[in-house]
Write a protein that binds this ligand. Structure first.
Ligand SMILES: [Zn+2]
Length: 313
């Protein structure tokens, strides 16, 4: 099955569905009255992240195709099995959809979703934005992340209008964005507070961001809606700077998001059901807390903290 946006009439909103047998992926298409670039936006690759779902639904309803030169393809729920299950991973195969790209047309359910999202949707993009958040278990900055090796990616992230931007020197494999990169498509991804909720300012950030990207690509006219950049982070791409849980336990955090920490500083304690310390978690380096585990019951191997660097931009 393929999806060809050019087969839909200009100057109108359309809907389509990628039929995979075990599920159906919703695709919203806003075709501008005039030709131009094509922005692809997706949300809910992880089934417990909801800010982008609502931002897409509201933005698609508000756009006026007659005023657009170019197109928006938006996938509000990229992972319907995980969405209906309320979980980050898929109940069908236990997979994290953001680790199985480029997928396979006849693989596991998540591999099939990845393959069709990549080849039928993302492949059409001149720019791609994947809307994530902290989900139920983590807190992330309200931010836009970019590929530091691609100036087009950085320019898009700065145009998006998030209070925090985060540059990455490497793009790990298996992601939606690594598929985009493999096709030479510039991208950004977002994060937000998450917690299974939709904070009003995060919703505004994502709606503003989609519109700003449409302006950045000249699909919409008008000036970017700018917000002050509060923090510009840079990640070394070094897994040593992330702290994964060495055991199952109950996490007692000792630091907050954006705290500046030094090497050896106590970040939190993992305790057993009697409250006895299993392990003290200490920072492996100096930096800024860029991810914090919020849901306190943790399994061995789950990410607890990520330490970022601040950059001069
Ligand atoms: Zn996510």
């Amino acid at each position: 099955m393929s999806f060809d946006p050019a087969s839909f009439p200009r100057g109108a909103r359309h809907r389509a569905a990628l039929e995979l047998g075990f599920t159906q992926i919703p695709v919203l298409l806003v075709r501008g009255a005039n030709p131009g670039k094509l922005l692809v936006v997706s949300a809910n690759v992880h089934g417990d992240e909801y800010e982008g779902v609502r931002a897409i639904h509201e933005t698609v309803a508000e756009l006026e195709p007659a005023a657009m030169s170019g197109d928006l393809i938006a996938v509000p729920v990229a992972n319907p099995p995980a969405f209906w299950n309320g979980t980050r991973t898929s109940p069908l195969d236990g997979a994290n959809l953001a680790r199985v790209f480029p997928g396979s047309p006849d693989g596991t359910p998540s591999e099939q979703i990845a393959w069709h999202l990549g080849h039928s949707v993302i492949a059409h993009a001149d720019f791609y934005a994947d809307l994530h958040s902290g989900g139920v278990k983590w807190r992330m900055p309200s931010m836009a992340g970019y590929d530091a090796s691609d100036p087009r990616s950085k320019a898009g992230a700065l145009a998006f209008g998030a209070p925090v931007v985060w540059g990455h020197p490497e793009v790990a494999p298996g992601r939606t964005v690594s598929f985009a990169k493999s096709r030479g498509i510039p991208f950004l991804y977002t994060e937000a507070r998450g917690a299974g909720r939709i904070a009003a300012d995060d919703l505004q950030m994502m709606k503003r961001g989609i519109r700003n990207l449409l302006r950045h690509l000249s699909i919409l006219g008008g000036d970017l809606e700018q917000v002050p950049l509060e923090l510009h982070l840079f990640g070394e791409g070094n897994v040593e700077r992330g702290i994964n849980s060495p055991a199952r336990g109950f996490l007692m955090n000792a630091v907050d998001m954006f705290d500046r920490v030094s090497k050896g500083q106590l970040l939190g304690r993992l305790v057993d059901l009697f409250g006895e310390t299993i392990v003290e978690l200490r920072s492996p380096c100096d930096g800024i807390i860029g991810l914090r585990r919020e849901f306190p019951v943790v399994e061995e191997g789950e990410p607890l903290f990520l330490i970022a660097d601040e950059t001069r931009g």
